[in-house]
Design a protein around this ligand. Structure first.
Ligand SMILES: Nc1ncnc2c1ncn2[C@@H]1O[C@H](COP(=O)(O)OP(=O)(O)OP(=O)(O)O)[C@@H](O)[C@H]1O
Ligand SMILES: [Mg+2]
Length: 208
């Protein structure tokens, strides 16, 4: 079970994680993009943190809506609107809730991913964040169906996201700026898949 406080802690720690991984994400994006992914994620979650500290949202849905609106408002490029959409759909899935059961957490990720897919139109193996988020969801749904406990569900999601992230290395990019490189995008890990893995890994660290 995830209380509203623990959900809030996840977002708070994500700010630290993206600050710590700023240069790593910049380096990944400089290989196949425009070197701003670390800047975008760090700025986005720093703004989220500032906005959340000014409000006292009544439920998890309202909290995640603030996260979404701040990301959409303050982060440009592809990642801002995509992660913004992820959190906006996630917020709708958690509307009115002050705690989440395992099935609610899986439903939250499922709604978020559906938003990313709809907005970005990426498919699996296009070398994007979808290649981390989608296997994570599959693993979490499987674990939920198996009757695994909450910690195992999130852990398996993070493990699948990590594998998905690594699997982007040999892929040819089909979406975003990296796709302009064609064959030269091969051999580099996708920055967005990496920030998505960090989203899941931080959930394990904070909730597990
Ligand atoms: N259509 C898409 N669907 C899903 N994810 C995408 C899409 N386009 C780009 N991405 C993800 O966004 C990441 C890049 O985010 P960044 O913050 O660098 O924004 P950007 O520089 O505007 O993006 P890009 O260079 O990909 O257009 C990529 O690594 C990829 O994972
Ligand atoms: Mg970029």
């Amino acid at each position: 079970m995830v209380s509203q406080k623990k959900l809030r802690a996840w977002i708070e720690v994500l700010q630290k994680v993206y600050a710590e991984n700023r240069q790593y994400l910049i380096d990944l994006d400089s290989a196949i993009g425009d070197a701003d992914h670390g800047i975008n994620m760090d700025r986005g979650f720093t703004n989220v943190q500032a906005d959340l500290s000014k409000t006292d949202p009544p439920d998890i849905g309202a909290m995640l809506k603030t996260v979404a609106m701040t990301l959409i408002r303050t982060v440009g490029g592809a990642a801002g609107p995509l992660y913004g959409t992820f959190f906006l759909r996630a917020s709708t899935a958690c509307a009115g809730k002050t705690e989440l059961q395992a099935a609610d957490v899986v439903a939250m990720f499922e709604a978020g991913l559906a938003g990313v897919l709809q907005r970005g139109k990426a498919e699996l193996n296009d070398k994007t964040m979808v290649d981390a988020l989608s296997p994570a969801l599959v693993a979490m749904k499987r674990a939920l169906g198996n009757g695994s406990d909450f910690r195992q569900i999130i852990q398996q999601g993070a493990a699948a996201a990590e594998e998905g992230m690594k699997n982007t290395i040999p892929m040819l990019a089909k979406k975003g700026r990296a796709s302009y490189l064609g064959e030269r995008s091969i051999g580099h890990q996708d920055p967005g898949a990496t920030s998505s893995y960090l989203l899941l890994k931080t959930a394990v660290d904070v909730w597990g």
